[in-house]
Design a protein around this ligand. Structure first.
Ligand SMILES: Cc1cc2nc3c(=O)[nH]c(=O)nc-3n(C[C@H](O)[C@H](O)[C@H](O)COP(=O)(O)O)c2cc1C
Length: 383
């Protein structure tokens, strides 16, 4: 959210002020915030704990990690939403939050298979708020041992899964057989589709770039992102969620004052915002393929199913050595986005009655670092 020039000026100024004695601070890296990635898979007395150590690694909007987990008896759990962790400006109907829960549930199911267990999933067992979520549970899970059950082949890729917010290698197009293999992520509620020609790719790059700019230039949606910025190691460790900015440049800026970073980034017409838009436009330009998931409807059940499919798509892509990067701006239902919402539907061949639930860039890239997570203990609710 900060331009390189501002950052470099900031670093120079900071170092002059604090002197060489504090220079070590710019080398700090968060540690605790990444431990949950290492903790998944360790031995637990209760297999549900291991299952949820995997599930909390799910992709989810702005990494808000809205899940609350209540263990019930010895073989059940109830999953509910921390309503304060929603993103009402960009996700006014909580559609994307529910998709994140779908990712969480699918990860739980896959991780349970490693323990020879299936999970009977009852979604929205007490019904669901269709306009906005409420405090009724999102899902009830019952763990059932199944003798001889084999581990899901995708289980081995959970800790390597990422959202690849990086340029892809344009010299390595995604082979059509690989795209065809990703079809397996679809279900009876969700269909998979992808770009078939270079002109379709170019049209989606243009649309997605305009939609990104629209979100950044719209003060109330920009603000929602800025409010969850975590600048530098100490903010990331204190709140391992949201949009984390790490590395020496951001450490230097955090010495200057993270609030100054936020204030600069808050102006939707500023140079900082313009540079951020240009940076993302450049990333989007380096996209060999797009893939998307269309819900055959838009009920809470369809949204949850879309999340389950998206998670499988993300793991399949990981297995095939591909990066996957969701780009959701044009799919969001706030008034300023309406024309681009319609354009995305047209470009993605969405039929009447269907909803474009996830759109993502796909391609080959260098490895991407994991994002922070709250530990499981922070997400367990005591009964
Ligand atoms: C419903 C949904 C929408 C998302 N939309 C975007 C997006 O528009 N842009 C983006 O960069 N990442 C998007 N993401 C990815 C999240 O930012 C990412 O999952 C989160 O930061 C955690 O990072 P990880 O997936 O690498 O673990 C989305 C994820 C979900 C589940």
């Amino acid at each position: 959210m900060v331009s390189r020039r501002n950052v470099i000026l900031g670093v120079g100024g900071t170092l002059a002020l604090v002197g060489a004695g504090a220079a070590w601070r710019v080398m700090r890296v968060p540690q605790k915030a990444y431990l949950p990635w290492a903790q998944a898979g360790r031995t637990e007395h209760d297999p549900r704990l291991d299952v949820f150590r995997h599930a909390i690694l799910a992709p989810n909007p702005h990494n808000m990690q809205p899940w609350q987990i209540r263990l019930i008896g010895t073989d059940q759990a109830e999953i509910s939403c921390d309503l304060a962790r929603r993103l009402p400006q960009t996700d006014p109907f909580d559609r994307q939050i529910v998709i994140g829960f779908g990712c969480f549930v699918e990860l739980a199911v896959i991780a349970a298979s490693r323990h020879g267990m299936k999970i009977d999933v009852e979604t929205f067992p007490e019904g669901a708020g269709e306009e906005r979520l409420d405090d009724r549970p999102v899902a009830r899970l019952r763990f059932v041992a199944v003798p001889g059950l084999e581990a899901d082949p995708l289980a081995g890729f959970i800790r390597d899964r990422r959202s690849a917010k990086v340029p892809f290698d344009l010299k390595r197009p995604v082979p059509s057989e690989t795209l065809a293999a990703l079809q397996a992520a679809g279900s009876d509620l969700v269909r998979f589709d992808c770009t078939r020609t270079e002109s379709e790719v170019q049209a989606l790059i243009a649309m997605a770039s305009t939609a990104f700019e629209r979100e950044m230039r719209t003060p109330h949606t920009l603000r929602e992102s800025i409010d969850v910025l975590r600048v530098g190691a100490s903010e990331i460790e204190a709140n391992p969620d949201g949009i984390s900015l790490r590395g020496p440049l951001f450490e230097a800026l955090s010495i200057l004052g993270a609030d100054k970073v936020r204030a600069d980034a808050m102006d939707s017409q500023s140079e900082t915002t313009t540079n951020q838009i240009a940076r993302y436009r450049q990333i989007f330009t380096q996209t060999p393929s797009f893939v998307w998931l269309t819900g055959l409807g838009n009920s809470r059940a369809h949204q949850l199913a879309a999340g389950r499919s998206y998670l499988r798509l993300n793991l399949l892509a990981t297995k095939l050595g591909l990066g996957l990067h969701p780009i959701s701006q044009a799919l969001q239902e706030y008034p300023e986005m309406t024309p681009l919402f319609a354009e995305a539907r047209r470009l993605c061949r969405v039929e009447t009655g269907e909803t474009l639930q996830m759109l993502a860039r796909l391609g080959y890239a260098d490895p991407v670092a994991p994002t922070p997570r709250w530990p499981l203990e922070a997400k367990l609710i005591r009964a």
